[in-house]
Ligand binder design. Sequence first.
Ligand code: GLU
Length: 553
Amino acid sequence: MSLEKLANVIFPDVDKTPEYYIQKYPKRNLKKGAKVVRYAPSPTGFQHIGGIFAALINERLASQSEGVFYLRIEDTDQKREVEGAIEDTIQTMHNFGMDFNEGMTGQETFKGEYGPYRQSQRAEIYKTFAKDLVAKGLAYPCFCTVEELAALREKQVAEKVTPGYYGKYAKYRNLSPEEAIAKIEAGEEYILRLKSPGNAENRVEIHDLIKGDLSFPENNQDIVIIKSDGLPTYHFAHGVDDSLMGTTNVIRGEEWLSSLPIHIQLFEMLGLKRPEYAHIPTIMKNDNGSKRKLSKRKDPEAAVSYYKEVGYPTVSVIEYLLNIINSTFEEWRAENPAADYHEFPVDLDKMSKSGALFDIVKLNDVSKNVISKMKADEVYDYYVAWAKEFDKEMYELVTADEKMSKEIFNIDREDPKPRKDYAKWDDVKEKIFYFFDELFYKETAEQVELPKTLTLEAAKEVIKVYMNKYNANAASQEEWFADLKAIGLDLGYCAKRKEYKANPDQYKGMISDVAGAVRVALAHRSNTPDIYTIMNILGKDKVKERFEKFLEI
Ligand code: GLU
């Protein structure tokens, strides 16, 4: 009776019961095995690549099982909230090919029958469940000040006992309801704590869908469930929300693993159905031989915005993350080169239990593959969209001559083994700059990259002759090369490696050096696609002009 009174003093405005909400949100009508999962970020404005990683696993499992993938906003820590973060999250997820079936659709709006999907708008619901716990003697107000808690901790550390608010250290655990009411009525500040029935000597066992069978000491801490601002802690909101929202699988970062005994206990005390758990390994980075977490401060690649800025297609990032999720993805991709990644079945059983290693080199490989399979028109569209935002100069140049740009992007693209030049759009400029006079003629002599076997003088000697003799109308690569070879032989270059090796003094070099000189004159680089193709795209006049200007370098 007095417990009920205490519950009413704490929550005078709560007039509903847990049963009301349990009835209000009935079970979804889904096919057997359908998973209901969620992405549950805090709207802090910073999106970590680990968030995309977690979301992707959730989204894939929902989609594969014809389940539900919903967006819940965990904004109970209002200090950390940033304007516009919810819309930003939704847009980013959309860009990464992930749309939500339910949940928040904007800062204030949502779709679905289980809302609101924003925790700060669910205060009434949490209070209803908390009130019920107080009335049952399973939760109580705690009036400790920050200083008192700090002193308690110090004492525990000195005594070498487990720190925390529990058992005999829990000062207000056994306060009578009357005493508690008197303090509240006197205006003392308080929070609500769970009256944990746990004993740290006992163990709880649970099966995690990624980590396997786990065993923990039971939770005996009287954890905070409602903070002084009236909002719930993560633990309490997790219990109430994932139950009422019908989550079947909580797939979240492994930083929550140590809280699992609390969560198991909470579901029991609330009398609510507990979801299954899967704890995802943290994304790590190899830093000079030692593994560490991807850091928001030190690693630009920790931020989702980075991938957009440097121009990784989102599909590349997704495919790379699928590689981390299931190492079998690579084999699948090799066997199904043209398939959509959505056809790859993500399997939690095949996920590595420990640190997922993030490797930019591997991401680049994956992305080069992805881009190499695109059509030239697609590359053009992607590139233009990226450049418009991040490289105005290239945007102007590329769009000024769309036809030529598409020819450039089509070099070696229709091949059975297409070129793998670009991992991200900011790689493009260095690979194609020489097609644009505005960039090409800006180069200084130091930027001209000569093949190891050729000096600038020797290259100029070759061009001096070649520019007056070459067949500008060669009809094929073969014809073009035969012409170049003839000029080279005339100049004293050798066509056969063996002969050259035997008598290097008799020759100026190899025919490949002649080609190298032409390449450098046209592109200032020693590694480019086929010269004949470059000449065709540049056109006769530009080729001639470049030879002339090369002699002036
Ligand atoms: N808001 C929590 C986080 O961002 C969600 C964890 C969870 O998925 O339960 O870490």
